[in-house]
Design a protein around this ligand. Sequence first.
Ligand code: PHE
Length: 416
Amino acid sequence: KTDSKLSINGTEFVTDDYTNVTPKILSYLNRNLHLDKGNPLSMVRQRIVNYFYSSFTHRGSPDFSVYDNLSPIVSTKQNFDDLLIPLDHPSRVKSDCYYVNRSTLLRAHMTAHQSELLRSGLDNFLMIGPVYRRDEIDSTHFPIFHQVDAVRSQRRDQLFPKNEDLELFEPTFDPTKPHTFTNSISDPTKQSCHTLEATKLIEHQLKDHLLGLIKVLFGDIKYRWVDAYFPFTHPSWELEIYYNNNWLEVLGCGVVRNEILAKAGPNNSIAYAFGLGLERLAMALYKIPDIRLMWSNDSGFLSQFQNKDLNAKITYKPVSVYPQCTNDISFWLPGHLSIDTFMSNDFYDLVRDVGGDIVEQVKLKDKFEHPKSKKHSLCYSIVYRHLERTLTQAEVNRVHKEIETAAISAFNVVIR
Ligand code: PHE
């Protein structure tokens, strides 16, 4: 029997009865929307990173390091076992994950990298990237979405700098021998190894830091904390924000299970962790009605975000679903006008006047000065789109011609 192989990003994987990644999903693998400058997801990512960089520093250096380019191909150990997710947990099922084979999958959450980064010696870090879950495709679901996950760990002297007598751990727990203790989570308020004081203070910090972020992003917004369960944190919560007459879950968080921390990282620390969804935040923040728009290459969508100030208040204006049609117009300016004295805005107004509602955008594409005649030439791209129907090229050409004629008489230009 010869094994089938699947090549992903130059690595060969043996396939088996678990393999269910599709060529379509694999074609998105190196897309990394969260790193695309001018994509709303990337803008929210930058704002989150800026918040953590500027809010938490030590002697001028940020506490958090950022990992936003980790490979999405992970082992079941990374995605599940290291995080104490039991073998029979529903999140492991084939119908919910994209498996490469029985032991390898496209990560279903960014928490998959938590243990390896702790093991590498980090205390405070952000993990940012796409995650993959099999799901329906509708206005709020897409099989790939983006998460920002984080861990913040503190030693006793960092959590209680002024209180020599407060402890992270119960006296019955010896942090140097975590295996001799059964760390129970039957008490809803804390893990049995932790003191109530340490748990309450870390809970307070966690909620305070996350609400600080939500405030930076949304200003005043209605929110609520909901008790939650994750195998890798205890206690755990979800934060919901009130948006569009609905409670929208935007993040999960909690106190990292000490088993994970002690195994992969320091055994004398307590940590919080959270994971938030960039799509949900971006959709609420910019009022983007459909998650698929994040993947759009349509300039009618992207131009609403590109070259905008990160903190500008942007409200997405729906663009038509009918296709765009782009025609260029190039002209020589009359001798007395240069690139600097020609008023582009006058030209934009003329285009709007003649073209009307079917003009979606006008962009300066090229400018050029003739070396001999010293005459200046400009080229603009005009993007046409009808809101209710598909435009024919002939129709667009007719309007485009009218714009040329109007430009000739208004500005004395010579069409090239
Ligand atoms: N990984 C969780 C999810 O994808 C979110 C989470 C991260 C919860 C870290 C708690 C701590 O839903």
